[in-house]
Design a protein around this ligand. Structure first.
Ligand code: DC
Length: 230
């Protein structure tokens, strides 16, 4: 058995708790945590700032090719062309724009190599919508994290309140539903559970319970930092 980088892919809809979970699992395993939604958000933010129409596929593809998106210390900050955009990309208008921008095939193509490159040097926990299906179809561990839509809206509301950007429940629920439908129905790399992904429904489970379930799964697939034969 050769020593190999391990890829833990966590996909699922918005508000399922992917980021919190992926971050904690990465920390426990000593892997690098990568939030791919932040990459699409950074490109969307750039498009909004430049006033690029969100249906201008050609310009959006160009932006995705030119954008320098990087994660860096401290605390997994997100940088776009050298600027720290960690807070700016969390705005609701950016969520909506990211979902639109990510449906453009050329944008997805442009960002694929970037995402794959981020896992070249170390084992990673990578979260998004198409990690187990498109970015790393051979990931050793694939999780599809889901939760009841009402629970997902409740968690998002809490997150936004903590960020000091509260949103009323109705607006939030409709934003999540619209975004999920778009992410699930797009032609290119739609949000779908990979056939070999483990479904984890986090409704009614504490973060600790979900984390333990995922860690058990990861450990059953790898041993001593070496990937088990897959
Ligand atoms: O994970 P998030 O909610 O921050 O992602 C924002 C948007 O980016 C999401 O609505 C769809 C898109 N996205 C994607 O298409 N593929 C990914 N791997 C990650 C995010």
């Amino acid at each position: 058995m050769s020593e190999k980088r391990v890829i833990v892919a966590i996909d699922g809809p918005a508000g399922a708790g992917k980021s919190t979970l992926a971050k904690r699992v990465a920390e426990k395993l000593g892997f690098v945590y990568i939030n791919t939604g932040a990459i699409y958000r950074a490109v969307a933010l750039w498009a909004l700032r430049l006033g690029v129409a969100l249906n201008d596929m050609h310009r959006l593809e160009q932006l995705a090719k030119e954008a320098r998106v990087a994660f860096g210390p401290p605390d997994e900050r997100v940088f776009l062309n050298g600027e720290d955009v960690t807070d700016a990309i969390r705005e609701v208008r950016v969520s909506e724009a990211a979902s639109k921008v990510s449906a453009v095939p050329g944008v997805r193509r442009a960002l694929l190599a970037l995402q794959r490159g981020m896992a070249e040097k170390s084992s990673v926990v990578m979260e998004g919508r198409d990690i187990g299906t498109v970015v790393f179809p051979h990931a050793q561990v694939k999780i599809f994290l889901d939760a009841d839509p009402r629970e997902r809206a409740r968690r998002r509301a809490l997150e936004l309140r903590q960020d000091g950007k509260p949103l009323d429940d109705l607006t939030l629920a409709s934003e999540l539903t619209r975004r999920d439908e778009r992410d699930r129905q797009r032609k290119e790399a739609p949000l779908v559970q990979a056939p070999d992904a483990e479904l984890v429904d986090s409704t009614g489970l504490s973060l600790e319970e979900v984390e333990q379930a995922v860690l058990r799964l990861v450990r059953s697939r790898i041993s001593n930092g070496k990937a088990a034969a897959s």
